[in-house]
Design a protein around this ligand. Structure first.
Ligand code: 13P
Length: 256
């Protein structure tokens, strides 16, 4: 059985004090039953992570970062190493479409980052997804399958918990136009099949695959009803504590 995950990607939002307030509200609102049934992750900006690590200690809410570099240390001004993150968080988002689009992250860079994260003991949340042009051209499944294979091309996976995938169609991110549950399931099923070929069927059945793109408390129930969808990577709605915690509750009830 895969434990569902609701992960918030705060992107470049909130001051440190706003982030602490948001995190505390999320942490203190969630019931023990909900966090026992669903893994809850918050991925704030780097500047917030050490403070929130203190807030998260002893709670069930996990922390993640939004990016990292693939070298251990050295003259890489502005970058954060996996080892720096491993001290203060559990997860790291890798290959988000905004990084691929605005910071020229190639499949090759994503693969290097995934391999280094796993080697360091960080759990990557690996993002894949197609643009609207690729969706309209009908080649979205092979596109996403190629991204998955590329992301795993430099790592060895020793447990299903070592990584998480997130299918985030770019046309659904921040648009209010979430994919239908059926469309998301179609691609996520293909991702799971691909994982079987890459890391073996036993792990593939246990690796969590999330949906991301305009997910809210109004549509998470429909995604959770699909057999291969294990939760959501949430952008905008993760900045609203009541919406985010409602999503966790709905995901817990869906698999309860
Ligand atoms: P939205 O939920 O705001 O569409 O963002 C999704 C996302 O990019 C999460 O990583």
């Amino acid at each position: 059985m895969r434990t569902p995950m609701i992960a918030g990607n705060w992107k470049m939002n909130t001051s440190v004090s706003e982030g602490v307030a948001l995190f505390r509200t999320i942490r203190d609102t969630l019931s023990e039953e909900a966090v026992a049934a669903v893994e809850v992750v918050c991925c704030p900006p780097f500047t917030h992570v050490p403070t929130l690590a203190t807030e998260a200690a002893g709670s069930s809410v996990m922390l993640g970062a939004q990016n990292m570099y693939f070298e251990d240390k050295g003259a890489y001004t502005g970058e954060i190493s996996p080892g720096m993150l491993a001290d203060v968080c559990t997860y790291v988002i890798i290959g988000h479409s905004e990084r691929r689009q605005f910071f020229n992250e190639s499949d090759e860079i994503v693969a290097l980052k995934v391999a280094k994260a796993i080697k360091t003991g960080l759990r990557p949340i690996i993002c894949v997804g197609e643009s609207l042009d690729i969706r309209n051209a009908g080649s979205y499944v092979p596109h996403v399958v190629a991204q998955v294979k590329a992301a795993l091309s430099k790592c060895s996976v020793a447990s299903a918990d070592a990584l998480v995938f997130a299918y985030e169609p770019i046309w659904a991110i921040g648009t209010g136009l979430a994919a239908s549950a059926g469309k998301a399931q179609e691609v996520i099923y293909a991702i799971r099949q691909t994982l079987g070929a890459c890391v073996g069927d036993a792990y593939a059945q246990d690796i969590r695959i999330l949906y991301g793109g305009s997910s809210t408390d109004e549509n998470i129930g429909r995604f959770m009803a699909e057999s291969d969808i294990d939760g959501a990577l949430v952008g905008g709605a993760s900045l609203k504590a009541d919406t985010f915690t409602a999503m966790v509750r709905i995901a817990a009830e869906a698999r309860g």
